[in-house]
Design a protein around this ligand. Structure first.
Ligand SMILES: NC(=O)c1ccc[n+]([C@@H]2O[C@H](COP(=O)([O-])OP(=O)(O)OC[C@H]3O[C@@H](n4cnc5c(N)ncnc54)[C@H](OP(=O)(O)O)[C@@H]3O)[C@@H](O)[C@H]2O)c1
Length: 255
């Protein structure tokens, strides 16, 4: 089977590609491989003869205007190219809570991406994930306010990027579901506590202040905004085990 991984050089894409390459023909489609979903460059050639397209691309900026222009143009071009190529399954990675975050420009852009897929008439599966452990540093920096950090204490059930890639592999190799599925990590945390744990691991002395009004991608979170529905798939890797590996493999060699 020929599978095109759009964004195959990114965090999740680079974990997914080796899982698929073992038994399938995989084309990595990103600007660095000559495929641009915004200009359309290289898209038709990349998709020719493909059965499945999996979209794990992301906007170069999370700023609302950039993100919405990205997901709209990219989605329209991808859907048109996938239809022209006779693709049988379009898979996309989205986020748990997307429909509950209309005040966030980034999440409105993700909803736009999802809506384009649902309206396309292509067989599809949208996998919605909770925040990746790898992204918690990004959440921390977004809450930075000098020497302190203001982070929402909302509940979150984050997940390891490796587990997202494994779940995506199963979706890619399965039948189109024509609906949204959810994937979450094994444990629930308060976002501010998670932020404090990663700061401690980084040896960063800044203090996290729990602030229910602190924005998350521009939106105020309710306690359950980032919590999945009743039937998510649960991933196995615990945050404490991921953090131990992160300290040993990422932080230690850098010091
Ligand atoms: N971070 C989280 O916690 C989280 C949680 C749930 C869902 N998600 C979703 O997961 C998806 C993947 O995230 P990620 O962190 O793996 O992304 P990432 O590491 O930022 O990678 C983005 C990929 O998109 C490619 N790309 C960017 N612009 C492109 C263009 N115009 N044409 C073709 N490719 C382009 C990049 O390659 P080039 O630069 O070479 O083009 C790169 O391969 C995103 O859609 C995000 O919304 C993220």
């Amino acid at each position: 089977m020929k599978i095109v991984v759009v964004g195959g050089t990114g965090l999740i894409g680079s974990k997914l590609v080796p899982l698929l390459e073992r038994n399938h023909e995989v084309v990595i489609a990103s600007r660095s491989t000559g495929v641009d979903t915004i200009t359309g460059e290289g898209l038709a050639d990349a998709l020719a003869g493909a059965q499945v397209v999996v979209d794990v691309s992301n906007s170069p900026s999370l700023e609302k205007m950039v993100a919405s222009a990205f997901f709209e143009a990219s989605g329209c071009n991808l859907m048109a190219a996938a239809k022209a190529a006779g693709v049988q399954h379009h898979v996309a990675l989205s986020a748990v809570g997307t429909e509950r975050l209309p005040e966030s420009g980034y999440f409105r852009a993700k909803m736009l991406q999802e809506n384009l897929i649902r309206a396309s008439n292509l067989p599809y599966t949208i996998l919605r994930s909770t925040p990746f452990y790898e992204y918690i540093n990004g959440i921390v920096e977004a809450g930075s306010d000098g020497d302190t950090l203001r982070i929402s204490p909302a509940l979150v059930q984050p997940i390891a990027g490796d587990d997202v890639a494994l779940a995506l592999r199963d979706v890619v190799l399965g039948q189109a579901q024509n609906r949204e599925l959810e994937i979450v990590g094994p444990d629930r945390f308060r976002l501010d506590e998670l932020a404090q744990q990663i700061l401690a691991a980084n040896g960063d002395p800044r203090l996290v202040i729990a602030d229910a009004q602190a924005p998350y991608f521009g939106a105020i979170l309710r306690d359950d905004t980032l919590i999945p529905g009743d039937h998510p798939r649960f991933a196995p890797t615990r945050f404490e085990d991921w953090l131990r590996r992160y300290v040993a493999q990422v932080l230690a060699p850098a010091n």
